[in-house]
Design a protein around this ligand. Sequence first.
Ligand code: PEP
Ligand code: MN
Length: 263
Amino acid sequence: LVSRSAKPDSTVVRVKDVDIGGGSFVMMAGPCAVESYEQMLEAARAVKKSGAKVLRGGAYKPRSSPYSFQGLEEEGLKILNAVGQETGMVTITEIVSSSHIEKVSQYADILQVGSRNMQNFELLKEIGKSNMPVLLKRGLSSTIEEWLNAAEYIMKEGNPNVIFCERGIRTFETYTRNTLDLNAVAAVKNLSHLPVIVDPSHGTGRRDLIAPLSRAAVAVGADGLIIEVHPHPDMALSDGAQSLTPEEFDKVAKEVNKILLAL
Ligand code: PEP
Ligand code: MN
């Protein structure tokens, strides 16, 4: 179902008035985690002005350490929803348990399956039974084949609204948090009809590398970008080191648009 041989024309996942895939390029942006109404509103207004159509913000944060900030949970969902409505943006947030599907779908427009859950097959199957758009992040150490199969789990249950997201994989390199695999973006665009989004924030883990890798993602044929932006990165409760300021994001968005025009 995922394969391009099964469906030669590219799939467009339509979320409200936003088309993802099929030739239009979408910018998704916002903080790693929802921290407060004020933080989300400030971030949302800024990224919208720069052209982002989709607002991100995690309410359930699967952190490496149980002592790190775990997210505002349902309170965070409510804030994301309120700011989405206030700004007229489509919203995306991570879902970590199949028992949350109803609740999260009530507050957000796109479900994000995080890297750590890419092979949580029970979660994938339950999401497959809903009709919610889903951004499927590539697992930390997953092969392209495993990633395609994860999408197949969702589609097999009847949900066609799957979007891939390359967010870097674990390699021997430690200078960057992960290694953004742009090979995989080009390969999956060939292998599947589904849209592919690139996350240079988790793919590099470094603010100074977001702009160049964003440019590369456009050139390699990605259908969009998802970038972490925080009004005050130094004060971020998670992923501050890879978060752009709104001004830095605006610059990236302008560069991306220039490349899109040239393609
Ligand atoms: C995130 O988007 O903040 C996140 C936790 O991403 P990943 O699952 O790719 O690590
Ligand atoms: Mn993050």
